[in-house]
Design a protein. Structure first.
Length: 431
């Protein structure tokens, strides 16, 4: 009986005959020998088919194989330091599962729209494969980090009655005789959960109808949102720097091969250790003005502004104390300077900009009621949220980390679209 193995574990089978099930990635031939690059989803290996050593049927089958044909192959594993994976397979038997039609993605260059139209196939390429594995590791690291710190995972709903992050980016849908919105954030529900469990987080998809086309915006993205009772914004920032450093170190340890495929300069990632620098919004405005920006105090930072600020530092930087005016209704104002909030954004280096937004929440009922009014938000859908300030209200803080922005930075991508397996972009919902 030949054992079926995954290429990821091939090192344990040197000298044995094994069975691999996968796809043909690429092929070279020199008449009497065919070199098949086979992938099985976990790894790749070169299979060598020697005419004089296999049956005529097997050699013929190898010849017929087209790019991305599915196959079952048997062979003896040999160490081969010169090859990509360090191993080679001397093929003994080969069965075609399906002979693929002419594959639309070839090793030559394709335009990005062409590739996005074929995202379902593009995912098989080395680069996209590497990005998704880094994404997977970031999620694993997230779970591990919060588990180790006794956080409880609480899932937030996706269909919601209220807007949280501004009314202009809402996706609206019918909810029987009512209206509903796709969730922009799980935060309000996490605030309720934090009052029930102390330290919680959610990790799920969130939706924003962003009408501008930028390399930093998706219509659907995944967010990690911790919320902690009895946490100040300083405690909140400490948790963020620990979490972000933890993720980066985890990826450095577990994804060296992927980072190499992505040609990522890892020396820059090695700097990502606490403490992260902290600058106030006031200081940020000064820095920006010195760099020739015409930003005035009171305006939100744009993508370009974030890039300038972040490029001053070799690791992520916190900008805290944003103007109350530009921030969402739930931010707690600074006790001595009510024109700024006890909140911060975390900007990633190398031009990536904001990956986290967070802060301390208003715990006081009256102030929160006043803010809802100022923001012209209807009272009814938030009544339950106001209850949290009626029954044992406590100081509490939390934040949201955008997963795709984090993947994009850690992988060194030029655009967020590659950080999502099936990105939803302005004017694109296919495939
Ligand atoms: O709007 S945020 O700054 N903050 C919130 O939604 C809070 N309610 C989170 C919380 O405190 N629980 O978004 C948080 C992060 C932001 O830093 C980005 O990394 C990411 O979510 N984000 C996005 N990623 C991709 N595409 C879009 N459109 C996007 N918008 C925000």
């Amino acid at each position: 009986m030949v054992e079926r193995v995954y290429l990821k574990h091939i090192a344990q089978h040197v000298g044995s005959e094994v069975e691999i099930r996968g796809w043909l990635f690429n092929k070279r031939s020199s008449g009497k020998i065919q070199f098949l690059i086979i992938r099985d989803g976990t790894e790749m290996i070169q299979g060598v088919v020697v005419k004089s050593e296999v049956s005529p049927e097997v050699f013929e089958a190898a010849k017929r194989l087209t790019q991305e044909s599915s196959l079952i192959v048997r062979g003896v594993v040999r160490e081969e330091p010169r090859s990509l994976s360090g191993f080679e397979l001397t093929v003994t038997d080969l069965e075609i599962v399906q002979l693929a039609e002419e594959y639309p993605i070839t090793p030559k260059e394709h335009g990005v729209e062409y590739l996005l139209d074929r995202r379902h196939l593009w995912l098989r390429s080395r680069r996209q494969h590497a990005i998704m594995l880094v994404r997977n590791e970031l999620i694993k690291a997230t779970r591990k980090f919060f588990d180790e710190r006794d956080f409880v995972l609480i899932d937030a709903p996706i269909l919601t009655p209220a807007s949280v992050e501004g009314t202009t980016t809402l996706f609206e849908t019918d909810y029987f005789d009512d209206k509903a919105y796709l969730s922009q954030t799980g935060q309000l529900y996490m605030e309720a959960a934090a009052m029930a469990f102390g330290k919680v987080y959610c990790f799920g998809p969130t939706f924003r109808a962003e009408k501008s086309k930028t390399r930093r915006h998706l219509m659907e993205f995944w967010m990690v949102e911790p919320e902690m009772a009895f946490y100040s914004n300083d405690d909140n920032m400490k948790l963020q720097e620990e979490y972000v450093s933890y993720m980066v170190q985890h990826v450095l340890e577990n994804c060296s091969k992927e980072l190499e495929i992505l040609e990522r300069d890892t020396s820059k990632l090695k700097n990502v250790v606490p403490p992260f620098p902290r600058i106030s919004y006031d200081e940020a405005v000064e820095i920006l003005q010195k760099h020739g920006s015409d930003i005035k105090w009171g305006e939100d930072l744009g993508g370009g502004d974030e890039t300038i600020i972040a490029s001053q530092f070799d690791r992520p930087v916190f900008v805290h104390g944003y103007p109350t005016e530009v921030k969402a209704f739930y931010f707690k104002p600074h006790p001595e300077r009510p024109e700024i909030v006890l909140g911060s954004d975390l900007l990633a280096p190398e031009g990536y900009g904001e990956i986290i937004g967070g802060g301390e929440r208003i715990a006081d009922l009256e102030l929160l009621e006043q803010r809802l009014e100022e923001h012209k938000l209807p009272r009814e859908p938030y009544e339950w949220y106001l209850d949290l300030r009626r029954y044992g209200s406590v100081p509490h803080s939390g934040f949201g980390l955008g997963l795709e922005r984090t993947v994009s930075w850690i992988c060194g991508l030029a655009h967020l679209r590659e950080a999502s397996p099936f990105p939803r972009l302005l004017n694109r919902i296919y495939p």
